[in-house]
Design a protein around this ligand. Structure first.
Ligand code: ZN
Length: 291
C-alpha cells in the first residue's frame, strides 16, 4: 500500500524505500493513536502491581495521616451571648480565617432589635459554624434565683430550642461553668447542681470551658494581652490541665469585639491557633463525650 504516489514510483528501489517509509509512518500513527486513546481512559492498574497492594499502600498513608491528626491538640472556639453588636465582627473573622467555631446563642437576643434579628439570620445562613443553646433569658442575669427552679431552667432552654431550632443538643449554662457530658460531671457553684442535673437529664449535653478570654464589663474591652492568652492555652494543654487532656475549650464573648482594635486582637489569636501545626480547631459537637 502506497498512500501517496509520487512521480518516481517507476523506480522499484525507490518505491520499496517509499513503501517502508510509509508503513513506518502508519505504524507510528497507530502507536500515537493508541496512546491518545489511553490518555482519555482512566489509567488501568499496572498488571505488575496487585490491587490489594495498592489498597494496602493507600490505607497505610491514610492511617499515618489519621495518627498525625490524632496527635494534634484540639481547640474549640466558643462565643457566648449573641446575637449582639459584636457578633457580626466575630462572624467576619471566623469566615475570613475559615476556622471552626461555635456560637452559644441567647434566644431573647435574636428578637431584641431588627439588627439582632438580621444577625441571627446571618448566623443561620453560615454552614461553617455551629449554633448552640445558651438559654432563652440568660437568667435575666439573676443567676441565684434562676437556678433555684430546675423546671424553670428546663423550660427556659426549651423555649430557645423551639424558637431557634438548633440541630445539636449542646448547651451552656448562663453564669456557670458547668459540664454534663458522658466523660465529665462538673459543677462550679453547688447551689445550681439540681437544676443543671435536670437539664442534662432532659437531653442536653452541657459544656463549660477551660479558659475564658475575659473582658472589662464596663468598657467591653477584651483582655489586651494576647501573648499571655496564647501562652495560657499552650501551658494548660502541655500540663494536661484541661477538662479532657489534649482538648481545650476557649470561651470568648461576642460583645467584646465591637471596636476594630479588639477585632484585630481576635483575628491575631485565631491566626496563631490556626497556623500552629500542633493544633486543630473543631466544633463543640466533636468534643469527646458529647452526643
Ligand atoms: Zn453568657
Amino acid at each position: 500500500m502506497n498512500p501517496c504516489p509520487v512521480a518516481d514510483e517507476g523506480d522499484p528501489a525507490k518505491r520499496l524505500t517509499k513503501t517502508i517509509l510509509s508503513n513506518s509512518f502508519l505504524a507510528l500513527l497507530f502507536v500515537f493513536a493508541a496512546c491518545s486513546d489511553r490518555a482519555d481512559q482512566k489509567p488501568a492498574p499496572s498488571p505488575g502491581i496487585d490491587s490489594t497492594v495498592l489498597k494496602a499502600r493507600e490505607k497505610k498513608r491514610n492511617d499515618s495521616l489519621t495518627a498525625l491528626n490524632r496527635k494534634k491538640k484540639k481547640i474549640y472556639l466558643t462565643f457566648d451571648d449573641g446575637p449582639n453588636k459584636g457578633t457580626r465582627n466575630v462572624l467576619e473573622v471566623i469566615k475570613t480565617e475559615q476556622v471552626a467555631a461555635s456560637f452559644f446563642v441567647v434566644g431573647q437576643h435574636t428578637l431584641d432589635t431588627r439588627q439582632q434579628k438580621e444577625t441571627w439570620e446571618m448566623l443561620k445562613a453560615d454552614a461553617g459554624i455551629e449554633l448552640c443553646n445558651h438559654s432563652y433569658s440568660h437568667a435575666r442575669n439573676r443567676y441565684t434565683s434562676f437556678y433555684e427552679s430546675p423546671e424553670g431552667v428546663i423550660n427556659d432552654f426549651n423555649q430557645s430550642k423551639k424558637l431557634l431550632g438548633f440541630t445539636n443538643n449542646v448547651a451552656r449554662m448562663p453564669g456557670r461553668n458547668a459540664w454534663r457530658i458522658d466523660s465529665i460531671d462538673h459543677t462550679d457553684i453547688m447551689e445550681s447542681k439540681a437544676a443543671i442535673d435536670s437539664l442534662h437529664a432532659s437531653g442536653y449535653a452541657i459544656m463549660g470551658w477551660d479558659i475564658e478570654w475575659t473582658f472589662n464589663h464596663k468598657t467591653l474591652a477584651p483582655d489586651a494581652d494576647t501573648a499571655l492568652l496564647l501562652r495560657r492555652i499552650y501551658n494548660m494543654l502541655e500540663a494536661n490541665k484541661t477538662k479532657t487532656p489534649g482538648h481545650l475549650v476557649l470561651l470568648a464573648h461576642d460583645q467584646a469585639y465591637q471596636q476594630a482594635e479588639y477585632v484585630e486582637n481576635l483575628r491575631y489569636v485565631i491566626k496563631q491557633l490556626k497556623n500552629n501545626p500542633e493544633y486543630e480547631l473543631l466544633l463543640t459537637s466533636k468534643y469527646p463525650g458529647v452526643r
